[in-house]
Design a protein around this ligand. Structure first.
Ligand code: NAG
Ligand code: NAG
Ligand code: NAG
Ligand code: NAG
Ligand code: NAG
Ligand code: NAG
Ligand code: NAG
Ligand code: NAG
Ligand code: NAG
Length: 394
């Protein structure tokens, strides 16, 4: 009797279980099992689809998330959002920890619902593994608003694939406005708003935005003052690539990308640094609802599309002749104050700098904030849920 029981237990451990059984039998994922159990359609889809990787928030991660005002409001504000959040945690493909390296890769999820994402065919999660001489590689998944989730238990197999238990709920990439405001990119948010380009940039599908930081706008303040609104719109559209989501893993030296003003810009890779024309990417790969944002250290000038970094450049160069600095970052007066910041996670902020970009998410506060997009436009969680959206640090 006893030996039969032992054999059964051993067999139970050795044989792959279905996802629900696996999540239920691991004491740190029981809450996810319960939550998934409430969505039989989704569970059915998972059980019928081979070759998946499940990023399973631990019980602690789910508790923290559901305790935030945003998490707590989900059930009443938008019942469908739970399904979207769960879909965003399911990757198409089997990715054991050993398949992830120091170079970032962008993995397709099963979240393609247009109510929550405006990239085709599906929204992605960034994966990166840092081998910091510890016994185990430090595997992280980076989602919207620079949210970093660390794998606390890797490579638990179930019948159709692999589960990695993570310490923080992933954030569905937010819209451009929410992301720019959270990222302290208030000059860009403000000038897009003043030129009425914000709705356009927010609703284009599959875009790459090279987002000059506030210092970039401030450094050419005098030149901006002399430009017409049309000139400024032209400059802004030169920072937007329409129809291509250029994650850092896709950017190559010498690559030309056609922008929304019709002119090309050119990628230059110098050692560990990525430049676009003469400006350096200082924070790469902030995932947004409709694509990706790379923060750059200078404003690009469509009049000089051939600008390029000087030999052995360690930063970008302004490209507006005779410009002098303003005393404050321009265009910021009407921009709301951020209610959340980039780079949350239960752990240290991740270095998202694939492609060598010097990425430094700005804060360690939790910022789990999925958004819902609408047919007419993408709405930020702050707009949907009121200005009181604020997130507890973890
Ligand atoms: C997409 O999300 C919306 C809003 O939650 C929901 O009503 C709809 O059923 C979802 N569509 C699919 C295909 O899951
Ligand atoms: C499973 O996913 C991996 C990673 O995307 C892929 O290389 C592999 O071909 C897939 N296998 C099947 C059977 O679809
Ligand atoms: C888990 O799955 C991976 C990939 O499918 C496979 O390489 C590995 O051998 C499996 N591990 C166990 C313990 O079955
Ligand atoms: C802006 O215009 C002012 C007044 O016409 C002129 O003095 C200044 O040089 C111009 N600045 C730039 C950067 O073009
Ligand atoms: C990019 O454009 C420049 C200038 O038009 C051209 O010289 C170069 O060959 C292009 N690069 C590629 C990879 O097509
Ligand atoms: C962006 O691309 C779409 C699809 O090609 C096109 O319909 C739209 O006019 C473009 N918008 C801009 C501003 O370039
Ligand atoms: C822009 O940069 C290029 C070098 O990359 C330089 O030749 C050109 O003079 C610069 N233009 C201005 C207006 O600074
Ligand atoms: C856009 O401008 C309006 C009017 O000045 C302002 O109320 C709003 O906060 C601005 N939004 C952003 C994102 O700058
Ligand atoms: C955001 O910008 C403000 C004003 O430019 C600055 O004081 C603050 O330090 C910045 N915060 C971060 C996290 O970069």
């Amino acid at each position: 009797m006893r030996s039969i029981l032992s054999i059964a237990i051993l067999a139970g451990v050795a044989l792959a279980q279905d996802l629900s059984s696996l999540l239920t039998s691991n004491e740190d994922t029981t809450q996810l099992a319960t939550l998934l159990g409430q969505y039989p359609g989704l569970l059915n889809q998972i059980n019928n689809q081979p070759n998946l990787t499940i990023l399973a928030p631990s019980n602690q991660a789910l508790t923290i998330f559901l305790d935030t005002p945003f998490g707590a409001s989900l059930a009443t504000s938008d019942p469908g959002i739970f399904v979207a959040v769960l879909q965003y945690h399911i990757l198409q493909g089997t990715y054991p920890g050993s398949a992830l390296g120091e170079a970032s890769i962008f993995l397709p999820t099963i979240l393609g619902n247009e109510s929550y994402t405006n990239v085709t065919p599906v929204q992605v999660v960034q994966a990166v593994s840092q081998d910091d001489d510890a016994e185990e590689a430090d595997v992280r998944f980076i989602s919207g608003l620079g949210q970093s989730s660390t794998v606390v238990r890797a490579d638990v197999n179930y019948t159709n694939g692999i589960v990695h238990v993570i310490d923080t709920v992933l954030t569905i990439p937010a819209d451009i406005v929410t992301t720019l405001v959270a990222g302290n990119l208030s000059s860009l948010a403000g000038v897009l708003n003043e030129t009425d380009l914000l709705p356009t940039v927010n609703t284009l599908q599959d875009i790459t935005v090279f987002a000059p930081n506030n210092a970039a706008f401030q450094s050419i303040g005098s030149a901006l003052q002399n430009l017409t609104t049309d000139d400024i719109s032209d400059i802004l559209l030169y920072h937007v690539v329409n129809g291509t989501v250029g994650y850092s893993s896709m950017l190559e030296d010498g690559m030309n990308l056609t922008t929304a003003n019709g002119e090309d810009l050119t990628i230059h890779i110098e050692g560990d640094s990525v430049f676009v024309n003469g400006a350096e990417v200082v924070q790469a790969d902030i995932l947004v609802a409709n694509g990706v944002v790379h923060v750059i250290d200078n404003v690009l000038n469509p009049e000089s599309p051939t600008a390029s970094p000087s030999a052995s450049a360690t930063s970008g160069m302004p490209n507006f002749s005779g410009a002098s600095s303003a005393t404050e970052p321009p265009y910021t007066s009407g921009v709301p104050s951020p209610t959340t910041t980039l780079g949350g996670g239960a752990d240290e902020p991740a270095d998202t700098g694939s492609g060598g970009a010097d990425a430094s998410p700005t804060d360690t506060e939790g910022a789990a904030m999925p958004i819902r997009t609408q047919a007419v436009g993408v709405i930020g969680a702050a707009a949907l849920f009121g200005a009181g959206v604020a997130f507890m640090g973890v």
